[in-house]
Design a protein around this ligand. Structure first.
Ligand code: CLF
Ligand code: SF4
Length: 456
């Protein structure tokens, strides 16, 4: 499967206290705050979040309910991955242990995805048990799946109930005549369908699932595999329709096909597109739809920033070693952190504009909301700021038991006053989701928490 090109993790740029309200963010300004919060920390849904945030896949779904002509079951689902080595298939409880181990070692982790090695919704018991366990125990991690869409409509409500915010559907064609050249068979209502009959059922289910997800506010990315001479011209129509239906992003991936993969296309000599053909099609579709261009065609067990794969560091025997090392450590005491937020789950308020701060208890286990503390409005941007000194003093007193204050921006004056009372100001995570940002700040604290104020 996939061998991804290694990407320099030092590109992991962070925002700082710059004056622009959009500093370091990349989502279109037309997005609502809630939508922006969903996108900004997901490395696949934002074209720059992949420089700052990491994803991991857990390979809990071995079976599949269709046969794509570009897939060999020895390998991971080629709708999301490229040919490589077979994943270590996990049980849901192993998957949870692995996510915890990765989160402990990679503080940039924001997303857990299920993308194979077969189809997540052809393995509903294992998939939903994994999603539920991780969602319950690690609420700061976004949940994501990638599916061929055949079983999607019957599971949309369950996905919404669990809080899965990101779903990828692979749609390679809207026309059963074209799709019949891509799919060998589909298992539907206990029968194996072939040809255009199979293709029509699959397309109907994919489009129905897309409509249902959009109606529930779940972000949908559509993947399409570009197969020259088969669906390359047709993918423009796919792009137009999915946009009309409310998909968020279209990811056109190149067919990867070689005889040694043992796929139908590999054995019949079907070639993949050249880089120029792929770029040309993406450009043609970009007039209608937002295109993803930074996909790395990850493995179904990929871990780390996009373009790097640290899975070898997290095989189950290594997960056990990480757990043992963690258990041998004394429990780190939690610390309090204050967050300037407008309440959308994002650090998005200037320190001087905050009327209240959300207080979180943060430890190596993650961040937990504790309470809201009201403060006076310190900076009004007018002459009334003459009164600001007293207000700032009251604010400092209110926050004096916190180890850190995280805000979108902060001026030099209050920065120094906070430092004087031993509170660390932090403006590096503006417009990021609160919980992963606080976990990252905690991980970077130089000492925990013997020389920091702890809770209680
Ligand atoms: Fe995984 Fe896919 Fe979720 Fe991302 S990958 S399930 S949306 S968390 Fe991302 Fe990897 Fe491309 Fe997929 S780079 S193959 S698009
Ligand atoms: Fe293979 Fe994925 Fe297609 Fe199933 S959906 S046949 S696993 S590429």
């Amino acid at each position: 499967m996939l061998l991804e090109r290694t990407q320099d993790a030092t590109q992991n740029a962070k925002t700082s206290g710059c004056a622009s309200t959009r500093c370091g963010t990349e989502a279109p300004s037309t997005l609502s705050d809630a939508m922006r919060a969903k996108v900004e920390t997901h490395p696949c849904y934002s074209d720059t979040a992949h420089l700052r945030f990491a994803r991991m896949h857990v390979a809990v779904a071995p079976a599949c309910n269709i046969q794509c002509n570009y897939c060999n079951r020895k390998y991971d689902c080629a709708n999301e991955t490229r040919p490589g080595v077979v994943s270590e298939v996990l049980q849901p409880e192993q998957a949870l242990r692995k996510v915890k181990a990765v989160a402990a070692k990679i503080p940039q982790l924001t997303v857990m995805g299920i993308a194979g090695p077969g189809d997540p919704l052809a393995n509903p018991k294992r998939t939903f048990e994994t999603l539920r366990q991780v969602g319950r125990e690690m609420p700061g991690i976004k949940l994501c799946i990638s599916t061929n869409g055949l079983n999607l409509p019957q599971y949309v409500d369950e996905l919404a109930e669990i809080g899965v915010d990101h779903v990828t559907i692979t749609i390679n064609a809207l026309d059963p005549h074209i799709a019949a050249k891509i799919y060998a068979w589909v298992i539907w209502e206990g029968k194996r369908l072939t040809g255009e009959e199979a293709a029509a059922v699959l397309i109907r289910q994919q489009l129905k699932g897309l409509d249902m997800l959009v109606a529930r506010g779940i972000l949908v990315k559509v993947n399409s595999v570009m197969i020259p001479g088969v669906n390359d011209q047709h993918l423009k129509a796919v792009s137009r329709l999915i946009k009309q239906k409310g998909a968020f992003l279209h990811n056109i991936m190149p067919l990867i096909s070689a005889p040694e993969h043992g796929t139908v296309f590999g054995l019949t000599g079907q070639r993949g597109p050249t880089d120029a053909e792929l770029d040309g099609l993406r450009d043609a579709c970009a007039t209608d739809m937002t295109m993803m261009r930074h996909c790395k065609q990850c493995r179904a067990d990929a871990i780390g920033m996009l373009g790097e794969d640290r899975n070898a560091e997290f095989t189950m025997d290594k997960v056990a070693a990480i757990e043992a090392a963690e258990a041998a450590q004394p429990d780190p005491l939690p610390v309090l952190m204050a967050v300037a937020t407008s309440g959308q789950g994002v650090i998005d308020v200037h320190f001087g504009h905050a009327r209240s701060f959300a207080i979180y208890e943060v430890s190596g286990e993650g961040a937990r909301f504790v309470e809201t503390r009201d403060v006076g409005l310190y900076c009004t941007g007018t002459d009334e700021c003459d009164d600001a000194t007293d207000t700032l003093s009251r604010t400092l007193k209110t926050l004096s038991d916190c180890a850190v204050v995280a805000c979108a921006r902060i001026g030099l004056g209050p920065w120094e006053r906070l430092e004087e009372i031993g509170v660390r100001p932090n403006g590096e995570h503006g417009w990021e989701a609160i919980e992963p940002a606080l976990a990252a700040i905690y991980a970077e604290l130089p000492a925990k928490p013997s020389n920091l104020r702890a809770v209680g």
